[in-house]
Design a protein around this ligand. Sequence first.
Ligand code: PEP
Ligand code: MG
Length: 568
Amino acid sequence: MPLMLQGIGVPGSIAIGPVRHGRPLQVVVERLLAPGAVNAEVARYRRALANAQRQLRKVRGQVPRRTPADVRSFIDSHLLMLRDPALSDAVADRIREFRCNAEWALRMQRDALLAVFDSLDDAYLRTRSDEVVHAVDRVIALLAGEEDSEVPVDGTIHVAAALGPADVLRLHQRGAAGFITESGGPLSHAAIIARSLRMPAIVGVRDARALVRAGDIAILDGDNGLVLVTPDRAATEHYRKRMRIGERRRVALRTLRHLPARTRDGITVTMLANIEQPADLRAAREGGADGVGMYRTEMLFLDRDPPDEAEQYALYAKAVDGMRGGTVTIRTLDLGADKAVPGRAVTENPALGLRGIRFSLREPGWLLPQLRAILRAAARGPVEVMLPMVTNPAELVAFRASLDQARAELAARGVRYADPVAVGAMVEVPAAALTAAQLARSADFLSIGTNDLIQYTLAVDRDNDEVDYLYDPLHPAVLKLLAGILRAGNRAGVPVSLCGEMAGDPRFTRLLLGLGLTRFSMHPSHLLEVKEAVRAADTTTARRTALRMVAARDAQRAAVLLNELNGA
Ligand code: PEP
Ligand code: MG
């Protein structure tokens, strides 16, 4: 008899497969050690701890950039927890003091830490005690020799009480068809990351582990938040058909790869990819990218000592070679705010602090090696450099002086480098947007970072779930700024691209074309969908509606106009 369970789904996703249950709660065996075995037990514990950190670092390096920063910081806080002496040293001390096995010592220490969390008045901090539990569980699993990667998960639907973002990433990397969790709402970390990965998932399914048996066939219907357990033939056929339709659409999109991104009225659009590492270039090429519109270099710097010039050069050179003649726009370090500078304390209000180009200009020891590496990579193919968080032309002037210094240093060493390299400013704060015409005089190109521009214009933290209902790209204030930047760029004859998430969302393609944008830079996975929207658009009609949207009373009215424009 088929069973139907309700939860909250990842829209647009369907999975069918056999169910696999997540690891049951760890049963910790308590053992006392022989006196001579203590040092070996401490060493065994330290190895497991190091392995747990390695696993998490690997997972962290693979978090897709589109994922909200709090998912990354969640993994960071696990890493910090594993490094914290309150866990690492304290457990070793307990092994020595009580002569007990590592698992037992870990559990004692976990309980002691949880008691501290429980006594806190701050409700938010109290909820963070989950992180202690996750971190300890990971080490206990490794001590038990249970290396997750040995368990085949390919094509299965994983059922668990709860999953952390690292668990979701690992399931995805290892080919799981989808997952079901008992806890979690639409804004839980598991749901957020599943959406970013487009991984089929239903969260918040009460008693799922009791109701769905291992080995059962289950269907996940992400649009409706449904789990169908042991479905009948008709239901299976229905969902298989929907999956086939989805697959056909993906194949159809692939045929667009070599077709021009040209609107119906003949406007040619440049399609660019946002990348974070050279490995992303393959996806960029598969999406038919004309070049890289933004290489987010700060990803190389997170969670480690800064890479030196040679290491950076090797990576940038790979990107330039991989783009096979397409321009690679390298963005200098954008540390600060949600991407804390490794080894430095996070200041209060970091989004308004020393971030992006402000940090780089303050720290030549970080900036100059990066500039030398970029200039050297530019000798291999077309490269541009772009600065994050610009607020005034003086930053561009200071930056160009640093670029001259980097050139002089390379010349003194007799190393090959390219000269000149175009220098662009990102427009991601209202001050830059409102003075785009002035910036355009000092910059060779402009690139609009809507992710930050929206947050700074609307005073809405882009990573704060509590105010995300206000984070609206269609707010007329945002649209007015976008229209102004594009107008200023066009008047000055300076190319303007847009590299925030808006560029990769086909719902906004016509609007952006209507505002005058012809250079779109996005996550590679969106290139073909957006190209499809470009090819269906007519910029004359789009311009008329875009102007009405800029003048709209509010975002709701603008949304109605956008629906009309998109023919919805
Ligand atoms: C942006 O702010 O839109 C942008 C592209 O930069 P990031 O998302 O890296 O802050
Ligand atoms: Mg930004």
